[in-house]
Design a protein around this ligand. Structure first.
Ligand code: FO1
Length: 317
């Protein structure tokens, strides 16, 4: 039997958790992951790719589970030395994380593409799944807030998501081209299923689906597409998705997320997974034209990740 091809669309923490479950239950060559790059930015002369690195660290078992980003057992001597130099320390790069950044900076300076560097890092960290930045071109989230437009990491880390959000813009979107291997996967017959991870719909999933109308290409493949709610019981498991839904006047529920996908990407999502705690919303999700899959979506343990991964794959058959 031919190896299945499953494409996961992932942002940071929630996406990386489900990708870990998918990697555990699928043959390594079956799993392809498109990563958000609109959180990326230049800092201290380095190219920072938070979502790619969060997925790399989770899939290789090196992640700091409490913090969500960065490496377990990290030390901060370089950051302390930077503070002595009055250099910016609001964005915390750990000593071991800096090794990833130095490796990436060196290879990019050699002329390697971000896709190549990402594949090299994955291979060296012992990861079997294929990871791709959604685009090689610069793409940057700008957050429209009551305090004006802010670059994503200014909003997220420096301002701790405090300014009230009015909307988002993805600078570079028009010129951004889909990463070539992703473009090849988005052809009829190439994919068995697509999984939109429980990542932030506005700042993680949108900047993946909007690159060269990736969402239309995926829809037109005819492959079934599952989306998993990042909201459980009216709260985001991690990050500002709940606060953003409220500030955009959308319901802070799994149904609010399902409505967002149904309106913005008509006909794309065939299965919507929501937590058992939200089972009462299933009928309204189905009214949107999606099959509701009521499953445990809170991924605390490795087993939780595997259970959700299996449930999504089974739900897409
Ligand atoms: N998030 C923080 O809240 N504070 C930080 O100092 C921080 C540093 C950091 C360093 C490397 C990295 O890959 C991620 C880092 N993050 C940090 C997380 C990251 O900025 C966000 O979680 C994502 O961009 C949102 O998905």
């Amino acid at each position: 039997m031919a190896t299945p091809a499953i494409l996961a669309l992932s942002g940071g923490v929630g996406g990386a958790r489900l990708c870990t479950g998918l990697a555990d239950v699928l043959p390594p060559e079956a799993l392809h992951i498109a990563c958000n790059v609109a959180d990326d930015f230049r800092h201290l002369g380095l190219t920072i790719c938070p979502d790619i690195d969060t997925v790399l660290y989770n899939l290789s078992g090196r992640n700091d589970p409490a913090q969500g980003w960065g490496l377990a057992g990290e030390s901060w001597q370089v950051l302390e030395a930077l503070a002595e130099l009055d250099a910016p320390t609001w964005f915390r790069l750990g000593d071991r994380d800096l090794a990833t950044h130095l490796f990436r900076a060196g290879r990019l300076a050699d002329g390697a593409s971000l896709s190549t560097v990402t594949a090299e890092l994955a291979e060296r960290l012992g990861i079997g799944a294929r990871l791709y930045p959604v685009t090689e071109q610069p793409l940057a989230t700008r957050v429209d807030t009551d305090d004006g437009e802010l670059p994503f990491q200014e909003y997220f880390v420096r301002r701790q998501c405090q300014p009230r959000v009015r909307g988002f813009r993805f600078a570079g979107l028009e010129a951004a081209r889909l990463q070539p291997q992703l473009a090849a996967l988005a052809r009829p017959g190439a994919l068995d299923a697509v999984i939109i991870c429980p990542s932030n719909p506005f700042v993680s999933v949108d900047p993946i689906l909007l690159v060269e109308d990736f969402w239309q290409r995926l829809r037109d493949t005819g492959a079934p597409v599952a989306a998993i709610s990042p909201i459980i019981g009216g709260r985001a498991v991690k990050g500002p998705a709940g606060k953003m839904l409220a500030e955009l006047n959308l319901p802070v529920t799994a149904l609010g997320v399902a409505q967002w996908y149904a309106t913005r990407y008509p006909g794309l999502v065939s299965v919507f997974a929501l937590d058992e705690e939200d089972a009462a919303l299933a009928a309204e999700v189905e009214n949107l034209g999606m099959r509701a899959l009521v499953v445990p979506t809170w991924m605390r343990s490795r087993e939780d990740k595997q259970v959700l991964a299996r449930a999504c794959l089974d739900g897409l058959r």
